[in-house]
Design a protein around this ligand. Structure first.
Ligand SMILES: NC(=O)c1ccc[n+]([C@@H]2O[C@H](COP(=O)([O-])OP(=O)(O)OC[C@H]3O[C@@H](n4cnc5c(N)ncnc54)[C@H](O)[C@@H]3O)[C@@H](O)[C@H]2O)c1
Length: 280
């Protein structure tokens, strides 16, 4: 995209962390913003903060795992502002943590429902309108976990590999159609957000919570790593710039370059993978 001012951005998971930072960066760039999130209080607060930058903003209660909620979010944004230009499919959770073979189907479905189905629903709800007018950009929040894997968070690893594949697929399709619409695959490393705290707030035994001892260790490791991670504001800035530059891959830092290179060398050499995250 050549300019953002006066246009409209929708950010799922915009009530907190990187999504909040994206929404506020867009507001500072003069965009109207729509926050789609399950956390109504924090989403409302981010919308109010965005309005402080002189733009219009609204918060729409949205559970991204629900197809109809994504359709309603697109409709609400179009009703308010005419069209959507930028959509950031970003809502997320750490997901259920534990051994892959003992996590229940409910655990797998809950995590994949938010992290993978949520992005699929978002593509289906928003991309037709953006492609039709042609002045837009789709950002999908994947992760380094979409490139390298670790143990005890199977649903998260599977979902993020899926988001990387979907971002690549959408990019290929839009190029084949000679569309001007861009795609960015955001692959954060460690970013200092609320995502682990949100998992800790889930009740024992509930889907999305820690389910066993090793899942617990994985979450402890993640908590320490994220506490030393990047400021989400920096990621908001990077996303803003990637949209204007039409940049497909957005890695928030270079700390994982060697691990990604090693993984690809191992594939070509037919060697088994080594741990992406040393979480034990
Ligand atoms: N923090 C990191 O280090 C890191 C690294 C790689 C990728 N990510 C990804 O970044 C994205 C943003 O996470 P964050 O770290 O900013 O976390 P965060 O917890 O600060 O923000 C996530 C937001 O998503 C919302 N959300 C959760 N479930 C939802 C649902 N079903 N529907 C709508 N909204 C929902 C939450 O309410 C919250 O506002 C996620 O997709 C996450 O997987 C994070």
């Amino acid at each position: 995209m050549e300019s953002l001012s006066g246009k409209t951005a929708v950010v799922t998971g915009g009530a907190s962390g990187m999504g909040r930072a994206m929404a506020l960066r867009f507001a500072r760039a003069g965009m109207n913003v729509v926050i789609g999130d399950v956390d109504d209080d924090r989403a409302g607060a981010v919308a109010a903060e965005a309005r402080g930058h002189g733009v219009q903003a609204l918060a729409v209660h949205t559970d991204v795992s629900d197809e109809s909620a994504n359709i309603a979010l697109n409709a609400a944004a179009c009703d308010a502002f005419g069209r959507v230009n930028v959509v950031c499919l970003n809502a997320g959770v750490t997901g259920s943590a534990g051994r892959s073979w003992t996590l229940s189907v409910k655990d797998w479905d809950w995590t994949l429902g938010i992290l993978l189905d949520g992005v699929v629903h978002g593509v289906r709800a928003f991309v037709p309108g953006i492609v039709e007018h042609g002045d837009g950009h789709v950002v999908m929040t994947a992760s380094i976990a979409g490139h390298v894997s670790s143990a005890y968070s199977g649903p998260y690893m599977v979902a993020k590999h899926g988001v990387v594949a979907l971002a690549e697929t959408l990019h290929h399709e839009l190029r084949a159609e000679k569309s001007a619409v861009g795609v960015t695959c955001l692959c954060p490393g460690f970013v200092n957000t609320d995502i682990v705290a949100a998992t800790r707030r889930r009740k024992v035994g509930e889907a999305g919570a820690v389910q066993d001892d090793l899942g617990g260790k994985w979450l402890d490791f993640s908590e320490r790593a994220l506490a030393g991670g990047l400021d989400p504001e920096l990621v908001g800035e990077q996303v803003h710039d990637a949209i204007l530059d039409g940049q497909f891959w957005l890695f928030t830092d270079q700390a994982w370059d060697e691990a990604i290179a090693l993984k690809n060398q191992q594939i070509l050499a037919r060697r088994p993978p080594t741990l992406g995250h040393p979480s034990r």
